[in-house]
Design a protein around this ligand. Structure first.
Ligand code: 5GP
Length: 114
């Protein structure tokens, strides 16, 4: 069965798309935890980070580079936080790998929750 994010990639479910290329899509989170909160999602439906394999190395690097590019596009390149929740114990709710990019609020406190 297709994941929620595969349905968004296929445009079966609407989303606010910020960026897209051959390998990933970036959408605004439907329930933002910061003024800027986007999800960087590979088109390949890897369920969670721990499932990624050596063959995914370039793709994982691409997601990180995309985070920087999108941060520049959104004007937040001087201050943002990237988060990957892995598995239920890590707070993951959508089992299709994604990076959370958050910005626009204070992250200087020593807390790691999004
Ligand atoms: P996770 O908890 O798996 O790390 O993050 C999943 C994220 O997906 C959550 O922040 C949640 O708000 C977001 N989300 C869930 N359903 C949708 C949806 O239908 N559209 C969008 N744009 N975001 C969603």
């Amino acid at each position: 069965m297709a994941t929620l994010f595969e349905k968004i990639i296929a445009r079966d479910i609407p989303a606010d798309v910020v960026f897209e290329d051959d390998h990933c899509i970036v959408i605004k989170d439907i329930n933002p935890a910061a003024p800027v909160h986007v999800l960087i999602i590979p088109k390949k439906p890897i369920p969670k980070l721990a499932d990624a394999e050596t063959e995914d190395q370039a793709l994982l690097g691409h997601l990180m580079l995309t985070a920087g590019e999108v941060a520049r596009q959104l004007g937040v390149e001087e201050g943002f936080r990237l988060i990957v929740n892995n598995g239920e114990g890590g707070g993951q709710t959508v089992f299709h790998l994604h990076l959370h990019l958050l910005a626009g609020r204070d992250f200087t406190e020593a807390q790691l929750a999004p």
